[in-house]
Design a binder for this molecule. Sequence first.
Ligand code: 9D3
Length: 249
Amino acid sequence: MRLAVITLFPEIFQAYMGAGIMRRAVEKAVVSFDVLHLRDFTADRHRTVDDYPYGGGPGMVMKPGPVHEAVRHAKKDGLPTLTILLSPQGRPFTQQMAKELSQEKRRLLFICGRYEGIDERVRQSLVDEEISIGDYVLTGGELPALVIIDAVVRQLPGALGDEDSLKEESFSWGILDYPQYTRPPEWNGMAVPEVLLSGNHRRIALWRRKEALRRTLRKRPDLLRLAGLTPEDYELIREIKEEDYESDK
Ligand code: 9D3
């Protein structure tokens, strides 16, 4: 998959895309990643990317010209491109959208805003999709672009190296993870649940499913409405409710 970003802070992307799973995905050519520095697409001596808002008000607005030039440069090769603007006005990003974007045949081009926002004519003329990552105020679109890139890239075949983790995810889709343990079997007076040491894979799978449902019921009951539960899950939920599921046993 081809990815490109337009930003005033290329270093942020070099850092994140140069580490861990993102770095490996680039090295294995699962993704290609181009960073365009918005300042390289200015025409004036001061390399100006922002200006005062028409009508007054606080802060600065990103000028349309440099963004337009950067998009034009990114698309010069003629490849089909889906242009995504990161903005607080966008559609809230979800795991469903991550999966859909990972199936996208077109290159993904992310435009990261800074300041109070971007000239509305950029959105109208250059943008296919406007995405937010949630209802909190950040200082720019760079972290949101990286959040989306991270969620999309790990869906790509070959990116994780361990395809089992994606399979596990599709099974637990929509509910919280079960509790995890590793060695030692007793630590600071706390034991690993006996069932996990039993070697009984059927019992382990059932215990994990039940604990995942217990956590979800306790911490994120809102998720259960959408989770696509099986009749077996509802039986487990009945058992949990007969137990004391509010306390952290
Ligand atoms: C909503 C705040 N705005 C009030 C006038 C000003 C403003 C502040 C910060 C406008 C843009 C920004 C920078 N944020 C993003 O570019 C952004 C963002 C975010 O802040 N939260 C969640 N998702 C996103 S995607 C892009």
